[in-house]
Every structure is written in C-alpha cells, then in structure tokens.
Design a protein around this ligand. Structure first.
Ligand code: SF4
Ligand code: FES
Length: 232
C-alpha cells in the first residue's frame, strides 16, 4: 500500500517554525508507523530525528501524535490508519528537533512524587513479604513505561504545565498502595498541592492514550480519595 506520510518537521538551526513535509512510502501488510519513519530516515532523509529503542512497546521512547492521537509508533499498524498518516511531536512539550521533545520537565514531575520504595526498617534476611492480595492492589500501575502519552494528552496539563500530570500520579499510586512502603503520607502531601490531583478534570484522555491499558483515571481517583481521607 502506498501511503502519504506527513511529518511535522522542525530544525531549530534552520527553521523559524515547524512545517509539514510529505513522503510517499510503501507500507507492507504488517508495517508499523515506526517502520515508515525508518524508511524515510534510511532511504530519503537521514536528518529526520526521532527517538526509539526497543521497537516492541516496552521502552516507551517513541510516543508521538499519530493521526491526532498520542500513541507509540512501534505499536500502531499502518493498515489500521489508512493511506494518509500524519505524525507530529507530543503536544505541550518543547520540541528539540522534529519528533524529539524535551522530556526533562516530565521526568522532573515523575521524580517529585518519590517513585521508589521507602522503608527504613532493617532489611529482612530474605525479601519483604507481601500477600498476593496486597500485590494486586497496585498491579495495574506497575505497568507504566513512562512514555508520556497520558500527560501530554491531558488538557489540564496543556493549560497548566506545572500540573504534576497523570504519569506522575500513576507512579505515585504504584508506591502509595504498596504495603511495604512507608512514604505514602509524604506522597499524598505532595499530591495535595495545587498542582497535584485536584487539577484532574476526569476527561479520560490519559486513559485513552495509554499504550499499556492502565486505568489511569481510576488510579487518579484512588489517589484523590486517599488525599481526602488523610485530611479527614
Ligand atoms: Fe505511558 Fe501509560 Fe505510563 Fe502514561 S501511564 S506514561 S501513557 S505507560
Ligand atoms: Fe520502545 Fe516503541 S520503541 S516502546
């Protein structure tokens, strides 16, 4: 199938503003958008710049706006999009070049919620035990690959980039409800801030965008409830 692939290009050393370039590319039956980007880069224009690593939906590095939705280029099959495909960088982020955006603010927000296990008790001889039920409590939010598709699909984030964003709340949830962790109070305090959970308007864009199928809005509601209970 011959596909019109439109890519929003921007080279800060040459361009004053972004512009669309269109490439006519041949797509095989199982090709994904990432295959088409590779085709352009390797056969037509080596200056095309984008991130990718695993090519199998695991590393989270190739999230971009594809036909108007945030998705992983390595997971979207071209035959499911049709003959016209448009690709642009994640919305609401500073573009460094072409499809590469500055992820530093995203990772700063992620780090702000202490996304690691905190437990000052002496280490047991073997692992810290947890029942299957306790593990299941936060299973969904362990699946995050930090692709930023959710946060950059969120109108509250676009309006207020200081909003900590869905991805950071998902990763806070992963530890807040971990029975072995002792820093839930601190995380809830951080997320009770004006840039915390209250900026969520339950629009569900984040849940729709997540390539891992995480129930993000549900996780945000659970964290919001925990913030309220803590205050009560
Ligand atoms: Fe990506 Fe989903 Fe994690 Fe958001 S919650 S960063 S969409 S994997
Ligand atoms: Fe790793 Fe797409 S390249 S998730």
């Amino acid at each position: 199938m011959l596909v019109d692939l439109r890519i929003l290009r921007f080279d800060p050393e040459r361009d004053e503003k972004p512009h669309w370039d269109t490439y006519s590319v041949e797509s095989g039956p199982m090709d994904r958008v990432l295959d088409l980007l590779h085709q352009v880069k390797w056969e037509e224009d080596g200056t095309l710049t984008f991130r990718r690593s695993c090519a199998h939906g695991v590393c989270g590095s190739d999230a971009m706006l594809i036909n108007g939705r945030n998705r992983l280029a390595c997971k979207v099959r071209v035959d499911q999009l049709g003959r016209r495909v448009s690709v642009a960088p994640l919305p609401g982020m500073r573009v460094i070049k072409d499809l590469v955006v500055d992820m530093e603010p995203f990772f700063d927000q992620y780090k702000s919620v202490k996304p690691f296990l905190v437990n000052e008790e002496p280490e047991p001889e073997r692992e810290r035990l947890q029942s299957p039920k306790e593990r299941a409590r936060y299973d969904d939010t362990t699946k995050c690959i930090l692709c930023a598709a959710c946060t950059t699909a969120c109108p509250s984030f676009w309006a207020q980039p200081s909003f900590v964003g869905p991805a950071a709340i998902v990763n806070a949830h992963r530890f807040i409800f971990d029975s072995r962790d002792h820093a839930s109070e601190e995380r809830l305090e951080i997320l009770a801030d004006e840039d915390g959970v209250w900026r969520c308007r339950t629009i569900f864009n984040c849940t729709d965008a997540c390539p891992r199928g995480i129930h993000i809005t549900q996780a945000i509601l659970e964290v919001s409830n925990a913030v309220v209970e803590r205050r009560g």
